[in-house]
Design a protein. Structure first.
Length: 277
């Protein structure tokens, strides 16, 4: 099954971002700490020609040891990086300071563009920077549909709809995007994605998986892990079998809320890690 999502509002948002870019003083590119690479570069290379800050949201949901590896990698790449936990407001003041460093004195109010994939936290970040709830926020992708300027006292912020790529060439990345809810749930097979996630957790986070679901042996076949979670969580269909869709939804929801534990789904590729070192 191939995962793709590029509705009309994304194509329009991309065009509008390009049109507005000449008026922008600083770009804040938001990525997700659980999938720092797959969540980046939403098909607008032009944003890198502006003063650029990489803001990393959802650090509270990511594995701190992996975040440290990513930070080392970004340092090698000479990226300006700010780590954020937008739920608890961590990193906001650091980001505000970094933004204002780039803002030179000029007649008009400086303008800051916030870009990133759907559901990564752009509107939440803007509300935090503005100190009030001006932008609509939600746990589903595709909440922001059109661009919106918001005053943050000292500069203006442009909130934009989440962008993906016209074609998701890398289907492994597409799976990670589906797991973190950057892609609408209706557009992929929840059971297939959950199997993929369980295999990853069995290999990389077996203890967290076993603890969350009371599994005696997290190394058994993935189908068995899936079924025992379904039974334990009471996801039952008629006839006493597990309800497979409901089981998948429970696991995805647990992951997205951080209930399995702090987990990162990818590290820098080895060739990326060696670059510049
Ligand atoms: N745990 C955690 N949740 C976050 C963080 N930042 C944002 N969220 C949650 O992520 C969800 C999406 O946030 P939004 O601000 O609506 O995301 P967006 O990027 O504007 O999404 P679209 O407008 O759909 O593209 C909301 O449920 C937020 O509460 C964070 O740092 N940590
Ligand atoms: Mg939004």
């Amino acid at each position: 099954m191939s995962i793709q999502w590029y509705p009309g509002h994304m194509a329009k948002a991309r065009r509008e971002i390009l049109e507005n870019l000449k008026h922008i003083d600083v770009v804040v590119e938001l990525t997700d700490a659980r999938i720092p690479a797959s969540a980046r570069n939403p098909d607008i290379p032009e944003i890198h020609r502006k003063p650029h800050i990489l803001a990393v949201a959802k650090c509270d949901l990511a594995d701190p040891a992996c975040t440290e590896i990513w930070c080392q990698y970004w340092r090698q790449q000479r990226e300006k990086v700010v780590l954020l936990d937008l739920i608890n407001g961590k990193g906001i003041n650091v980001l505000r300071k970094e933004i204002t460093k780039y803002l030179t004195k000029q007649k008009r109010e400086p303008r800051v563009l916030v870009v990133g994939i759907p559901n990564v936290g752009k509107s939440t970040l803007i509300n935090r920077l503005a100190g009030r709830s001006s932008a609509k926020v939600g746990a589903r992708p595709g909440i922001t549909r059109g661009k919106q300027w918001i005053n943050a006292g000292g500069f203006r912020l442009l909130d934009t709809p989440g962008l993906l790529w016209p074609k998701l060439e890398d289907q492994e990345a597409a799976k990670r995007l589906a797991v973190v809810a950057a892609i609408k749930d209706e557009l992929f097979d929840a059971e297939e994605i959950t199997y993929w996630l369980l295999e990853f957790l069995q290999e990389n986070y077996p203890k967290l998986l076993a603890k969350r679901y009371g599994l005696e042996d997290p190394a058994v076949e993935t189908g068995e892990v899936f079924a025992s979670i379904g039974y334990r969580r009471g996801c039952l269909a008629a006839g006493g079998d597990i309800d497979r869709l409901q089981t998948a939804q429970v696991i995805l929801k647990d992951f997205r809320q951080g209930l399995i534990g702090p987990i990162t789904l990818e590290l820098p590729q080895r060739n990326e890690q060696n670059e510049g070192s």
